[in-house]
Ligand binder design. Structure first.
Ligand SMILES: *Cc1c(COP(=O)(O)O)cnc(C)c1O
Length: 363
């Protein structure tokens, strides 16, 4: 059985060397005599695994010492509630709406306090990220929430919004570890693991220490960042195996040269696809150039039937999961860290071939 090029938005491809290492260690980890799946999370072997994972993530992202790293469960969606529950001191927060996930986060936040929409691109079908400056935000807000890369629409903030002294909270589920980011510009970064980090089941939260300790007293213990931080993410059983897999991904990233190298590769992959899209008129890339995502690339033929045929024939050719999100239609190629350059080359070759074989208006 050959592995395919899997363009799924998530869960998505993992680096082959990571899968191979996990396979080799699946039944017996080191000299422990057992699988990582079978280990007590309090055992010395597992302690070493989670500590190394955290240390490697800190190295990769250059996370300063005054930030805590939490390995949690519940997906990024659980953090939509955890963010207001942990950060609302005065009960005011501002949200930038740039797609479905940021809108969900905003709606969840509204359950807990006074949440305002600082900016939105909804009226333009989220085909770009909204422009903001300091005056977009209430200076007395407890935080500003953004979704840094919009997985469904294929947009990304071209730069980190300036929120002045208001802590910036970013959902980075679909772009974490794709390029270096300056962690100090953020109060909180969180990400579900299943896009660019590990299998589903793990959510990483990176939080500045001075933002801990304001938890709403009614917060469920499992959503209390301070409690989780004080217990080294081991207040209860953590998602042990997913953390181990994340650790292997961090090791792989470090082995190839860290985030500068993965950025170089990601820039090259995305450029190949966008340059092709810009060079022709058969496919339309709906996202404004300034807001283009390097991780999720959306395009349409303009004919829903052709789009369907495209996704079907591509899948038959070993290019899987190119169908766009059900709310958007068209196609979406998710080209996360683990997608090799050859996968994008194959996709572009397929696109050219498909366009030649299926002239518009004649199918
Ligand atoms: C996938 C995704 C989510 C939802 O993540 P879950 O882990 O399924 O809760 C939230 N935000 C972004 C940006 C995503 O890509």
């Amino acid at each position: 059985m050959n592995r395919v090029y899997n363009f799924s938005a998530g869960p998505s491809m993992l680096p082959l060397p990571v899968l191979e290492k996990a396979a080799a260690e699946l039944v017996c980890y080191g000299d422990s005599g057992m699988s990582v799946m079978e280990m007590s999370h309090r055992s010395p072997d597992y302690e070493a695994i989670i500590q190394k994972a955290e240390a490697d993530l800190r190295t990769l992202m250059q996370i300063p010492d005054n930030y805590k790293v939490l390995f949690l469960q519940g997906g990024a969606s659980t953090q939509f509630a955890a963010v207001p529950l942990n950060l609302m001191k005065t009960g005011k927060a501002d949200y930038v709406l740039s797609g479905q996930f940021s809108t969900k986060a905003y709606k969840e936040g509204q359950k807990y306090g006074d949440c305002a929409v600082a900016a939105s691109s909804k009226d333009d079908n989220f085909s770009h990220v909204p422009k903001t400056d300091r005056s977009s935000f209430r200076p007395d807000a407890d935080y500003v929430h953004i979704c840094y890369n919009n997985t469904i629409y294929g947009t990304k903030f071209p730069e980190v919004p300036d929120t002045g002294d208001v802590p910036l909270v970013a959902d980075m589920s679909s772009c974490i570890l794709s390029v270096p980011v300056d962690v100090t510009k953020f109060g909180v970064i969180y990400a579900g693991a299943q896009k660019n980090m590990a299998p589903a089941g793990l959510t990483v939260v990176i939080v500045r220490e001075d933002l801990l300790g304001w938890t709403n007293p009614a917060t469920p213990s499992m959503l209390d960042w301070k409690l989780m931080a004080d217990n080294g993410s081991m207040y209860n059983t953590p998602p042990c195996y997913a953390i181990y897999m994340a650790g292997l991904v961090y090791e792989w990233l470090l082995s190839i040269g860290g985030l500068e190298e993965i950025k170089r590769r990601n820039v090259k992959k995305a450029a190949l696809l966008y340059d092709y899209l810009d060079s022709q008129s058969y496919y339309i890339a709906p996202v404004e150039k300034e807001s283009r995502s390097m991780m999720n690339v959306t395009f349409v033929t303009g004919d829903a039937e052709l789009d369907k045929q495209f996704a079907k024939e591509a899948a038959a050719a070993g290019l899987k999961n190119l169908k766009g999100h059900r709310s958007v239609g068209g196609m979406r190629a998710s080209i996360y860290n683990a997608m090799p350059y050859e996968g994008v080359e194959k996709l572009v070759a397929f696109m050219k071939d498909f366009a030649a074989k299926n002239p518009k208006g004649e199918n």
